[in-house]
Design a protein around this ligand. Structure first.
Ligand SMILES: [Zn+2]
Length: 469
């Protein structure tokens, strides 16, 4: 397949180190709060990418971290500790907060049909690996100790700004104005590998290290966790675009300094979900979560459908109106699919023809919007229901929109309704006969029997009609 690579800034043929095998790494959530639907857009698109690679015949081994320590609110080394902030807000311990929001994250993923990666590793479970890597970086003279902390020295690199064509907003995150400057740093872009001098006196999670009791910086966890499970050659690294700098930039810096050769070939970044007010965040505007969508009566899969309607490399604007449009389109599509006959022989020539079209668009930088169009093409195709259902099921291995499952439950509902209606009409006819025979007791009995089931009869000169409760 062809996939845009943020590192080379062009669409490339996707290649792996080992034939047929993909070593894929994803930056997981910082579990101090619920994920907002903007965070989840990235996980949805990464899920589609993973499933498309599997669909194309690759064996994918995917690893994700869970950040439960070390992530400060600026994404660089300043601001508040996110986990500590969450714990204080909810008057719980950091580990309680981590457990609660990790579970909440996977519950959201489940509702959105996002597959859980093969390995999920909380950062707090890999402290010895982080220490080993920091020691290695000091040995290789890529790191220094200052004021009790260990810093990565970015001046030792040939190139630091590897993603430097990304928009200025992203580049600015790490060097934002107004945040206190760390005077221990030799260069403005240096970053902390290990903290012992924390400005948080009440830091709950601390470990012993060669540099004193402390805790790891945020960036080191992804490099160390990915190497632990996937080795020192990575094929594909994913994340939201706001991770490109400083997080991914720093991951590359420390990983390549440590192993001494190129690390990850392919970088996949999903653009932001915006609201009319700008980039979505947890702190401004409505806090948009999957639970909120459900409270408002939306099927979470409709949100997935909404995300798939646009390309991952474009920012997407969310509004309730646009979600309503997606919901209507999805319901209409499902109703249409529910009319397809299951019986009949699958026409494999048609299947191959349409599969090729699906591959053409999905294999071209994961064009999910045209992937959705491909669903409509199948719906309109001149072939039998069984072939259409076969194809929709096939596409859904990648898109995961519950196409047949939802259609079958619509069909079942319809059949149940039809059965019930037939029963009521039969009872109405019996009652009319009883009335004709002047058996009013029987006619009343039938009326009462229906009333007990919530069905109200109404007689008029045109005959008897009914309403259901
Ligand atoms: Zn990461």
């Amino acid at each position: 397949m062809k996939l845009y690579n943020s590192l080379t800034r062009q669409k490339e043929d996707f290649k792996t180190y080992e034939e047929g095998k993909v070593r894929m790494y994803t930056c997981g959530p910082t579990v101090y709060h619920f994920a907002h639907i903007g965070n989840l857009r990235s996980y949805i698109m990464e899920d589609v990418l993973e499933k498309y690679l599997v669909y194309s015949g690759y064996d994918v081994n995917r690893v994700m971290n869970i950040t439960d320590v070390g992530h400060l609110s600026s994404d660089a080394d300043t601001g508040e500790d996110k986990m500590l902030k969450g714990a204080k807000r909810e008057k719980k311990t950091v580990m309680e907060i981590a457990k609660f929001y990790t579970d909440a994250f996977f519950a959201d993923c489940d509702k959105l049909n996002i597959k859980i990666p093969n390995t999920v590793q909380p950062a707090t479970g890999c402290i010895p690996e982080f220490i080993e890597m920091v020691e290695g970086l000091i040995e290789k003279d890529f790191a220094y100790i200052a004021g009790g902390n260990v810093y990565f020295d970015t001046s030792k690199l040939k190139e630091y700004y590897v993603f430097n064509n990304h928009d200025a907003e992203d580049l600015a995150v790490g060097v934002r104005e107004g945040v206190e400057e760390d005077t221990n740093k030799r260069n403005k872009t240096d970053f902390v590998l290990w903290f012992t001098k924390s400005k948080f006196d009440d830091q709950e999670l601390k470990w012993d290290s060669p540099w004193g009791i402390g805790y790891p910086g945020w960036h080191i966890e992804c490099s160390a966790i990915s190497m632990k499970y996937l080795g020192d050659r990575l094929d594909l690294h994913c994340g939201g675009i706001d991770n490109a700098f400083p997080h991914h930039t720093n991951e590359i810096a420390q990983s390549e300094a440590y192993i001494g050769h190129p690390w990850c070939t392919h970088w996949f970044h999903v653009l932001h979900l915006n609201t009319s007010g700008g980039k979505m965040s947890k702190s401004k505007g409505e806090f948009l979560t999957v639970s909120l969508l459900e409270e408002k009566g939306y099927n979470p899969i409709v949100y997935r459908f909404f995300c798939l309607q646009s390309h991952y490399r474009k920012s997407l604007v969310f509004s309730w109106d646009s979600l309503d449009n997606a919901a209507q389109a999805y319901d209409k599509l499902i109703k249409k699919i529910s009319t397809f006959e299951k019986e009949g022989e699958v026409d494999m020539a048609v299947v191959e023809e349409y599969r090729a079209k699906f591959n053409e668009v999905m294999g071209n930088d994961l064009n999910t919007s045209l992937g959705i169009t491909a669903i409509y093409d199948v719906v309109k195709a001149k072939t039998n229901g069984a072939t259409k259902r076969f194809l929709l099921d096939d596409y859904d291995r990648v898109l995961s929109l519950d196409l047949l499952k939802a259609a079958d439950s619509v069909k079942e509902e319809k059949e149940e309704t039809n059965e019930e209606d037939a029963y009521i009409l039969e009872m109405i006819a019996k009652r009319a006969e009883a009335k004709k025979a002047k058996n009013y007791a029987e006619a009343d009995r039938i009326r009462n029997e229906l009333a007990a089931k919530g069905i109200t009869l109404k007689d008029s000169s045109q005959g008897t009609t009914y309403t259901k409760a």
